[in-house]
Write a protein that binds this ligand. Structure first.
Ligand code: 5GP
Ligand code: ZN
Length: 134
């Protein structure tokens, strides 16, 4: 499989490794949104959240938490965003599940998503559809 992140795991491509354990790897995003922007991935290839088993997802999230703490303490930032673009339509370019951990500081200029409004009955309708699928 021609996956850039699998190649990084195997050491076939270089990366700036922040943290590594048996199941997960954290490394600097090569095109950072902010200084210290880190990606956290499972070592096994899964393309998205539907594919990864819960047990392995938990390992990844624990590493996300550890990295977030290290960004705050190590870089002296006040917070961070955690993001996962799930599927190409959501902006996922690399088809190996990954979490972005993006350091945030007051006045860094990053804008959050625009928000909308529910029309009459739409929230109830959305709730009904989602709950039926859970
Ligand atoms: P996505 O849009 O799939 O959620 O994000 C993929 C991320 O991977 C992007 O932020 C991009 O900068 C990063 N990226 C792409 N290629 C490489 C690479 O070869 N090395 C590293 N470290 N990051 C990469
Ligand atoms: Zn992969």
């Amino acid at each position: 499989m021609d996956c850039i992140f699998c190649k990084i795991i195997k050491g076939e491509l270089p990366s700036f490794k922040v943290y590594e354990d048996r199941h997960t790897l954290a490394f600097l995003d090569i095109v950072p949104v902010n200084y210290g922007h880190t990606l956290v991935i499972p070592k096994k290839h899964y393309s998205n959240m539907e594919e990864i088993p819960e047990k392995e997802l938990k390992e990844v999230i624990v590493t996300v938490k550890m990295v977030g703490k290290a960004l705050k303490e190590g870089l002296g930032v006040e917070g961070y965003n955690v993001g996962e673009n799930n599927d190409p339509v959501a902006g996922q370019i690399i088809a190996h599940l990954h979490f972005h951990v993006i350091p945030r500081s007051a006045g860094d200029g990053l804008a959050l998503w625009p928000q909308g409004k529910y029309g009459d009955g739409e929230a109830e309708e959305a709730l009904d559809k989602i709950k039926k699928a859970i």
